[in-house]
Ligand binder design. Structure first.
Ligand code: ADP
Length: 222
């Protein structure tokens, strides 16, 4: 059932409540019947509707984000990636601590780009590294980087669930998700990351082994 269906369920439940109250002979019995409808049927529908509105809002803001990326001016600032990664990690402290994950931030080289967009790119990658950890073992995530000719190459490595070879290219496509029902997400994060990297003449790719973990590499101009 969709949002429209659940909102019709609420209307129907409210009609039932009105009818119970209008025809009530014994107020105690009527109160019990109304409580049952409010606490189960209405609460369930309301819960479904709010969850789906939240998902729709996320999807909409992600899509807007993706479409606006192509229109924004291409800013080229020299970025201190040590500061940026530290800021991103700080915002994710809750998830890191809560999942008992060891997050290692190595010394990172500079790169050139738009601070907001590059921040978004690395937030998506670190967010995914945390989201796709394996509940069977403690999480270990490492962010490292090196210079390679006129580019900086960064690596976000996790020991999470990993990605089978047949999915490794497709995950950068919009809406491509391996197990959409299991995690929160709209399948936009890597499509956004890919678009940002392409705009700056960089590259993004993954090396991964199912059941062992993944390494996401990003190459950006110095
Ligand atoms: P979302 O996380 O919202 O589903 P993304 O575009 O960020 O969308 O990622 C696409 C898919 O790639 C995810 O649904 C997941 O299946 C897979 N994926 C991304 N990052 C990782 C990771 N670090 N480890 C395992 N799978 C990943």
């Amino acid at each position: 059932m969709n949002i429209d269906g659940y909102s019709k369920e609420i209307t129907k439940s409210l009609e039932d409540v009105v009818s119970i109250l209008q025809n009530a002979k014994d107020l105690t019995v009527a109160k019990e019947k109304v409580s049952l409808i409010v606490d189960s049927d209405i609460a369930e529908s309301e819960n479904y509707i709010s969850k789906n509105i939240f998902k729709m809002e996320n999807l909409l803001s992600g899509l807007l984000n993706l479409s606006r990326l192509g229109q924004q001016e291409l800013k080229k600032e020299k970025l201190n990636m040590n500061n940026m990664m530290a800021d991103i990690a700080k915002l994710m402290t809750y998830q890191v601590t809560n999942s008992d994950t060891k997050l290692e931030l190595c010394e990172l080289p500079f790169c050139t780009g738009d601070a907001i967009q590059i921040n978004q790119l690395f937030s998506n990658l670190l967010g995914n590294a945390l989201k796709y950890l394996d509940s069977e073992r403690s999480g270990v995530i490492k962010v490292s980087g090196r210079n390679q000719q006129d580019h900086s190459v960064y690596c976000i490595e996790d020991n999470g669930i990993g990605i089978a070879p047949e999915h490794q290219e497709k995950i950068f496509e919009i809406f491509y998700q391996l197990e959409p029902a299991k995690v929160d997400g709209e399948g936009l994060g890597l499509a956004i990351a890919n678009k940002i990297v392409n705009r700056y003449g960089g590259k993004i790719w993954v090396e991964s082994e199912l059941g062992k973990g993944s390494k996401f590499f990003v190459s950006l101009p110095l």
